[in-house]
Design a protein around this ligand. Sequence first.
Ligand code: NAP
Length: 307
Amino acid sequence: MTENFERVALIGLGLIGSSLAHAIRQRKIAGHISGYARSEATRRKAAELKLADSIHQSAADAVRDADLVILCSPVGTYGALAQGIAPALKPGAILTDVGSVKAAVVRDVLPHLPQGVSFIPGHPIAGTEQSGPESGFAELFINRWCILTPLPDADPSAVEKLVKFWQDCGSNVEIMTPEHHDLVLAITSHLPHLIAYNIVSTAADLEEVTDSEVIKYSAGGFRDFTRIAASDPTMWRDVFLNNKEAVLEMLGRFSEDLSALQRAIRWGDGDMLFNLFSRSREIRRSIIAAGQDTAAPNFGRGVPKTQ
Ligand code: NAP
């Protein structure tokens, strides 16, 4: 693989930033990786793990001379970061991000964008519930989708370079508008996280069932929600604050469907329940057929040796 960029700057070195660092290194996508992390602890860990060739205390120093700059911190930080790095961005550089919402990122970053810099928002649909610089791995993006949401006046050659960057990381790339991205992700990612956070909190607040019973019998289904609900609280706070409309729209539809299920249970409408559960099973099969999960039983965890 030929080096696509001379210098790539990663702003934020958590799960996504460190995974990008590993992928860029392993696949020789850039000559030099410069990294910025906010805390001394993360900078020290990143140096220990050799995530970047240079690690900086200031985001502006990290982006100097970079031809690709990737914002990899929570979306609520992008406005201030863009303002801080704007004077140091190289003319001709591409600025992108990995944030889980897109319209709000355009709103926050665009006002600070200097002339001659291409801003192409992006979102790799790949992640785990882990966070921090130790949690990254080079294979995270392989066979996952990365959505780019270039603005109508985006430079086509810059978009092409960024598409190639993500393909080099192992991803498939799709292009759509920021608004459409936010609607799609509201149902495929944001609402599932909200439901998981809510069910875990409902269980924790129950008085008739003790916390130790909830944990002891969690293999009945609850456990799988707790994995999603263990995701980074700052990241998810920022997602809900910045994709308000689409999430509220999907939550409205979800609540209506939940009421229909409630009615079916109350009136003993077994056909309705059976048909809905059968349709859901088909969706799971389609996800496996599309290579977005494995068909291994028990989510691939295997059977525990001791009960
Ligand atoms: P993470 O592991 O928690 O890492 C976040 C990074 O951002 C850390 O380096 C942290 O620095 C830094 N940071 C936090 N607050 C900051 C601030 N105010 N100023 C500057 N830097 C700050 O998070 P992540 O999972 O990599 O998520 C990063 C981005 O990727 C988010 O925008 C998220 O929406 C997006 N994303 C996440 C996933 C996922 O599944 N996790 C998937 C796709 C996209 P310190 O370590 O120094 O605190």
